[in-house]
Design a protein around this ligand. Structure first.
Ligand SMILES: Cc1cc2nc3c(=O)[nH]c(=O)nc-3n(C[C@H](O)[C@H](O)[C@H](O)COP(=O)(O)OP(=O)(O)OC[C@H]3O[C@@H](n4cnc5c(N)ncnc54)[C@H](O)[C@@H]3O)c2cc1C
Length: 546
């Protein structure tokens, strides 16, 4: 296909270079040309930061039935059973594929023919396949290496997708309308280096843009996690769901310079205990599983302890385990903690909760298809129905791998069936009437305000009053952004601000809609789960909640 500088044609456009985008790209490249755009470097992703590992059934004492049961239990009544079965049963095959690609998982000390399996909160058996405590980095290393060697995949780093293009896209500025019969034609993408907006015309587009942790002031996520895929899909008219279910990781290192540094669940899996300032354990007052309770229970317990005591932090203590074991099992955590002045082999580490994982997202079917034709979504940006109201630890990498595989197979069938001439060519980007910004302070101020507002009013414990307050503020900010967006040339901070504001609004609307407490959503006005009225997903379409 012929390209000019700003019009790139490809069979398949992949947006995002985490595990979802990379695994999908490698699977479709044998039968299609692929353009993969990613907003910073290829390794900048949530995936790279994943520590604990990948949940899958390999243990002799384990079974698909148990993994399914644990996932359903964590999901608190909202998981889609057929999705859970699909992910769990396909898991081991996807892990074997990774091993064949060259991923080096830890092997059992007792039996080097078997994988070493870790234990994490909410899992009734040891089933966490891992590469020391840097599993995500190892995945990215291997997948990126294969990507670089694949001549059918063109990689565009430092390219920020702005908006999807659909048949009903109305220029100017990629504003789009509804339409569930709509067809995706590609995306407008800003090249950070040239500052040009390019039009990527594609027969199939995959959103693999990851999570939205940056919507909150404190997060374990890297800077790229601004919910862009959810916001773009929603603007394009796709259905999104369950955005009230934001997982807060209970244990991020508390240190002014330790931005986004997470202490993996696996540390509690290996026996670490949580204590208060006086060294007293407190988890037994909240759950019989103590430190191995699900994340939401542990995060809420810490939140309660901190609010009651007025302290800034609680502590995680694994110093009773042998130092050699800790150093070997958690080399990265050990090293990073030491950099911040904490020796985890000898002392408790100060920890606080932080926004970690988005269970909701763009609604897809069992093959990763959204309700816009030719638009797929895989990974953290999608809402497949696997996680329900709460994700079981280490179920997200396996979800991304299984859905990348399912979506790739379906994409092959789609491409074989398409009439190439059927869809219109997308219109080029139009920036007539815009100028360079002279008011960047508006953007940085609003970034900060949204994230603080979400942390204070839409966090671990919610109330209708706080949610309504948040809604009013975010609406004002959204109005300001809209005005600003139409007058100035797009720049990455503005693109991301527009997206975090959209996602914040969607989270608040979902949270206000659900009048109960379930899974990760806890509202003090409705402290109990209400299956009679609320055992259903929160589904949002533009101008519709139902
Ligand atoms: C600290 C940490 C530890 C974790 N540990 C585990 C674990 O042990 N086990 C587990 O299962 N899960 C874990 N998770 C969650 C898991 O890592 C993620 O859910 C998963 O990696 C998401 O993969 P993804 O491909 O969907 O998204 P990501 O890996 O986040 O990749 C998204 C990609 O999209 C790009 N992108 C975003 N917006 C745009 C745009 N507008 N234009 C172009 N590119 C864009 C990003 O730059 C990035 O390359 C952890 C997460 C974190 C943050």
């Amino acid at each position: 296909m012929n390209d000019d500088e700003t019009m790139i044609q490809t069979d398949i456009l992949v947006i995002g270079s985490g595990v979802a985008g990379l695994a999908f790209a490698l699977k479709v490249s044998p039968f299609a040309s692929v353009a993969l755009v990613t907003k910073k470097g290829v390794m900048d992703s949530n995936t790279t930061h994943a520590q604990g590992g990948i949940a899958s059934v390999f243990g002799q004492l384990d079974s698909f039935a148990l993994h399914i049961q644990d996932t359903l239990e964590a999901g608190d009544g909202l998981c889609h059973r057929e999705v859970v079965e699909q992910v769990v049963k396909n898991g081991p095959e996807r892990i074997r594929e990774l091993i064949d690609l060259g991923v080096k998982f830890n092997l059992s000390r007792q039996d080097a023919d078997n994988l070493d399996l870790g234990q994490e909160g909410g899992h009734s058996r040891k089933r966490i396949v891992h590469a020391q405590d840097m599993t995500g980095l190892e995945l990215e290393r291997v997948l990126v290496d294969h990507l670089h060697r694949d001549p059918r995949i063109r990689l565009f780093e430092n390219h920020v997708a702005i908006d999807l293009i659909t048949c009903s896209t109305r220029m100017k500025r990629g504003t789009v309308t509804t339409g569930h019969e709509d067809v995706c034609l590609g995306a407008y993408v800003l090249d950070r280096q040239t500052q040009q907006v390019k039009t990527f015309a594609a027969r199939i587009t995959l959103l693999a843009t990851g999570g939205a942790g940056k919507v909150y002031l404190y997060t374990s996520n890297p800077d790229v996690a601004t919910g862009d895929g959810i916001a773009m899909a929603y603007r394009a008219g796709a259905t999104v769901a369950n955005l009230e279910f934001v997982q807060f990781h209970p244990t991020c290192l508390y240190h002014p310079e330790a931005k986004n540094f997470l202490i993996s669940e696996a540390v509690r899996g290996e026996g670490a205990v949580l204590v208060d300032q006086a060294g007293r354990r407190f988890m037994e007052r909240y759950d019989p599983r103590k430190e191995l309770a699900c994340r939401d229970v542990v995060a809420r317990a810490i939140d309660t302890e901190l609010k009651q005591s007025g302290d800034d932090t609680v502590y995680l203590d694994i110093s009773h385990r042998p130092a050699d074991f800790i150093k070997e099992r958690f080399p990265n955590l050990y090293r990073r903690c030491l950099e911040f002045g904490f020796d985890m082999t000898r002392q408790p580490i100060p920890v606080v909760p932080a926004a970690h994982y988005m269970c909701g997202g763009v609604v897809t079917d069992l093959l990763g298809r959204t309700d816009i034709q030719r638009l797929y979504a895989v990974g953290e940006t999608a809402c497949t129905g696997l996680h329900g109201a709460n994700r079981l630890a280490s179920n997200s990498l396996i979800e991304a791998l299984v859905y990348a595989d399912r979506a790739a197979r379906q994409a092959a069938a789609d491409l074989a069936g398409f009439d190439v001439g059927a869809a219109p060519a997308p219109a080029p980007w139009d920036e007539v009437g815009t100028s360079d910004s002279d008011e960047r302070i508006v953007v940085s101020h609003n970034w900060d305000e949204i994230r603080r507002c979400m942390w204070n009013y839409v966090g671990i414990v919610r109330s209708d009053k706080r949610l309504e307050r948040a809604q009013r503020r975010i609406e004002n900010i959204n109005n300001e952004i809209r005005e600003y967006y139409w007058n100035f040339k797009v720049e990455p901070p503005l693109i991301e601000l527009r997206n975090i504001a959209t996602v914040a609004d969607l989270i608040v609307r979902c949270a206000l809609h659900r009048k109960e407490s379930r899974g990760l959503h806890y509202n003090i006005a409705y402290p109990r789960r209400d299956d009679r009225r609320w055992r259903k997903d929160t589904v949002l379409r533009r101008a519709y909640v139902g």
